[in-house]
Design a protein around this ligand. Structure first.
Ligand code: IPM
Ligand code: MN
Length: 338
C-alpha cells in the first residue's frame, strides 16, 4: 500500500535555506525509491521575508499550513524573529518534548569520540516561556512549571528511553534553590519512575551534569532538562561531538512534530551552499522514525555515517571544501547503494 505523507518545509532565514534545500535532495531520493511511500511537500514561510511582505514573521497561512501536515521540517531562524516563530510553533502546537541527540560520528573530529546521549528539553514551559514584567528598577522573568507540563515530559522521557533501547534517565535540577519548580518536578520524577521498571532513574544538579557531559559523557544516557537548561546543555553537547553541524532535534507533541537542526541561521554563510547539512539530514532521519518508517531512518543514518567516515566529501567546518548540496547528493547515493 502506498501511503502519502504531507511534509511541511519551512526554510526560515539564513542558512535555513541551504540546509532545507539539502534535505529536499534526500527526501526526493527517498520519494523516488520507495514504492510504498509518497511525500507531498508543503512550502511555508517564516522570518524576514513574510515580515517584510506583511508585517508578520509567523503569518496565519503558515500556522494554518502546519496544522495539516504529518510532520514539519524547519531550517533555522535568527534574531529578532526567533522567539515569535519558534514559540509560535513549539508552544502553539504543544510540541512539549524537544529530543536532542548528542552522538559522536566516525570521521568527525570530536572532543569526546564515544559520546552518545540524548537531551530531552522541556519545550513549552520554564524560563523560556517568556513571561515577565518590569517594575521600576526590578526586571523579572518567571520560570513557570505546571504539574501537567512536568508530568508529560517526564513520561515522554521514560517512554522514549524504553522505545529506543536506552537504560537510564537522569533528571537535572537545582532543587535546593528552585523549591517551587525543580523540587516539585523531582518529586514527580521519582513518583513516575517505578512505572518504567526497566529504566534506571537518577537525578543530578544541572551544573554538575553540564560538567559530566563534557568530561564523562558515557556515564549519561537520557537527560531531562528544563527549557532554558536544555537549550544550554544541548549546545554543550554539540561542543563535545564536533559542533552544532551534528546536532539534530525533534520537537514532539501529541498530534504533530517539527524537526530541525539545533544550530541557528548563521547569516554570513547564507545562500553560499557551504554549510554542513548533517544536523538537518539527521533531523530528517528522526522524522522518518516519527512517521513510522524506521527502515528509511536507518538507511539514511547509515548513508550519513558512511559519507562522513569515508571523508571524501567534507564541508569546511570539518576541514574540507565540499558544498552543502554535494554532501546531500553523496548521502542520497549512499542510501541507494546501502
Ligand atoms: C534553539 C535556539 C532557540 C531556543 C532560539 C533561537 C530561540 O537556541 O532551538 O536551541 O533557544 O529555543
Ligand atoms: Mn539553542
Amino acid at each position: 500500500m502506498n501511503s502519502k505523507k504531507i511534509i511541511g518545509i519551512i526554510p526560515g532565514d539564513g542558512i535555513g535555506r541551504d540546509v532545507t534545500r539539502a534535505a529536499r535532495i534526500v527526501l526526493d531520493a527517498v520519494d523516488a525509491s520507495c514504492d510504498d511511500l509518497s511525500l507531498e511537500y508543503r512550502d511555508m514561510e517564516v522570518g524576514e521575508r513574510p515580515f517584510e511582505r506583511c508585517g508578520s514573521a509567523f503569518p496565519d497561512e503558515t500556522r494554518e499550513g502546519i496544522a495539516g501536515c504529518d510532520a514539519v521540517l524547519f531550517g533555522a531562524i535568527g534574531s529578532p524573529h526567533d522567539f515569535v516563530v519558534l514559540s509560535g510553533i513549539r508552544y502553539g502546537f504543544h510540541l512539549y518534548a524537544n529530543v536532542r541527540p548528542v552522538k559522536a560520528l566516525k570521521g568527525v573530529p570530536a572532543l569526546q569520540p564515544d559520546a552518545d546521549l540524548v537531551v530531552i528539553r522541556e519545550n513549552t514551559e520554564g524560563l523560556y516561556r517568556g513571561v515577565g514584567y518590569d517594575d521600576g528598577d526590578r526586571h523579572v522573568n518567571l520560570r513557570i512549571f505546571t504539574d501537567e507540563g512536568m508530568e508529560r515530559v517526564i513520561r515522554f522521557a521514560f517512554r522514549w528511553a524504553a522505545d529506543n533501547g536506552r537504560r537510564k534517565v537522569t533528571f537535572t535540577h537545582k532543587e535546593s534553590i528552585l523549591r517551587h519548580t525543580d523540587a516539585r518536578m523531582k518529586d514527580l520524577f521519582y513518583d513516575i519512575a517505578p512505572e518504567y521498571a526497566g529504566i534506571e532513574a537518577e537525578d543530578m544538579e544541572i551544573d554538575a551534569c553540564a560538567m559530566r557531559v563534557v568530561m564523562k559523557p558515557r556515564t549519561l544516557d537520557v537527560i531531562i532538562a528544563e527549557n532554558a537548561n536544555g537549550d544550554i546543555l544541548s549546545d554543550v553537547g554539540g561542543g563535545i561531538i564536533g559542533g552544532l553541524g551534528f546536532t539534530p532535534s525533534a520537537n514532539i507533541g501529541n498530534d504533530l512534530a517539527m524537526f530541525e537542526p539545533v544550530h541557528g541561521s548563521a547569516p554570513k554563510y547564507a545562500d553560499k551552499d557551504v554549510v554542513n547539512p548533517t544536523a538537518t539530514l539527521m533531523a530528517v532521519r528522526m522524522m522518518f522514525d516519527y512517521l513510522g518508517r524506521p527502515d528509511i531512518a536507518a538507511r539514511l543514518q547509515a548513508g550519513i555515517e558512511s559519507v562522513l567516515e569515508a571523508g571524501k566529501i567534507r564541508t569546511y567546518d570539518i576541514g574540507g571544501d565540499s558544498s552543502t548540496s554535494a554532501f546531500a547528493h553523496a548521502v542520497a547515493e549512499a542510501m541507494q547503494r546501502g
